[in-house]
Structures are given as C-alpha cells and as structure tokens.
Design a protein around this ligand. Structure first.
Ligand code: MG
Length: 222
C-alpha cells in the first residue's frame, strides 16, 4: 500500500511511518497494571493497519478473542526534522485527528509475557483507524482537547490531552533523537483510561475536542 493520503489536510500528504506512544496517561497505565514510564514507550504500526471514518475494524477470530479500543489523539508531521528541540517541536505538526489504537489484548499479553515485540497484536489490518485531520493552524490548544469514545452509544472513554505524561514537544523531540521525522508521519499519542473490548457488530464512535475530528466504525469478526 502506497500513497495513502492523510484525510482532511489541505496540502496533500501521504502517510509515511506510523509511530505510537504507549502508557502516556497515568490512569491508563494503572488500569493495565503497568508502571509509569520514565521515558516514552514507542512502537510502530504498518501503514496497512490504517483505515478511515465510515470503515470497519476487522477482527480475525482465529487470532484473538479480546480486542480493545484505545482512543488517542493522532498528530501528523508536516516537515522533515532530526534532533528537534522541544522549543521548536510544535512547528513540525501539520494536523490533529482522533484515532484508535486497536489492540488484541490477549495476544499482546501473551507476547509481553515472553518479552516478544507486540507488533502483531497492534498491527493487524484496520487496527489503526484515523479520522479527518484538523489543520494545526486552527487548533488553539492541542494540550487541552477532550478524547472520547462510545460503543453502541455508551461512553467508554473520556480523557483530556492535558493529562499526557509526555507532552507533544517532549514526544517529538524524543522521537527525533532516534529517527528522522518526515512529512506524512503519524504519531498516536497514547490513550486515556477506559479501554475495553469490542465485539462483532459494535458501532464505535470517537471524537477529538468539540468536533475537531471524529470517527464512526463498525466492528466485524471474520
Ligand atoms: Mg495505545
């Protein structure tokens, strides 16, 4: 899969690398009995995991019986940078969207127990839904945006980006010490508490801020 466009941005940008931050909200780290990290926990998803508003989350039931939703703010990177200082980091962001870090929790737990990478638990097709991006220029304060997720109309998650352990400038600066950030990279910035299971037929909706970006998806088991 190549040249998948980032939805919502005026200037066409194709999705490049997809980075994700784990355990970036204290209450979520606690609900999974994980320690508060001293440094950002970083993993990646393949671009093939991307899906869009109106689409489906597809669960291969021979591989997992416990898939969870993790609603997260996703940022898109608008220019190339390495060794980005925190003071300049925000200028690298081109847009903001809601996303869901879909996770096969049973598979992830089994892989973690063996100290194996959890890539397959979080990287299956459709496991990275993203909504339309709002241009960075219209977002007044990305450090104060609500993140909400509903399953069949019932609210399961409600958080605020003000509760992130590592701020956007800290995350971008940290990542850029290791990798060159490119235009079209996406960063899933971690989920607040309230993660839980999704099953066949569930209607999932999620939102960032007051209608800044939204997602509607149906869950299908195959
Ligand atoms: Mg996550």
């Amino acid at each position: 899969m190549r040249n998948i466009k980032i939805p919502g941005l005026a200037q066409t940008q194709s999705i490049n690398s997809v980075y994700c931050i784990g355990r970036n909200y204290a209450e979520h780290a606690k609900e999974l009995n994980n320690p508060i990290p001293a440094l950002p926990v970083v993993f990646t998803k393949p671009v093939t995991a991307i899906t869009f508003d109106g689409g489906e989350i597809i669960i291969p039931k021979n591989l997992t019986r416990d898939v969870h939703h993790e609603a997260e703010m996703v940022v898109s990177i608008g220019r190339t940078g390495r060794f980005v200082p925190e003071s300049e980091a925000m200028s690298y962001i081109s847009g903001y969207a809601i996303g869901i870090d879909v996770t096969a929790r049973d598979l992830q737990s089994a892989l973690k127990a063996k100290a194996h990478p959890w890539t397959l638990a979080k990287g299956m097709d459709t496991f990275a839904p993203i909504g339309n991006f709002a241009e960075a220029s219209v977002v007044e304060d990305p450090a104060d945006l609500s993140i909400s997720l509903f399953v069949n109309g019932e609210r399961r998650q409600l958080g605020n980006t003000s509760d992130m352990i590592f701020s956007l400038p800290a995350l971008i600066s940290f990542l850029s010490q290791y990798v060159t950030l490119h235009k079209g990279d996406l960063i899933f910035t971690g989920t607040p508490e309230g993660v839980g299971p999704l099953i066949h037929g569930d209607k999932v909706s999620a939102m960032l801020g007051k209608n800044l970006s939204s997602l509607r998806l149906t869950v299908r088991e195959i």
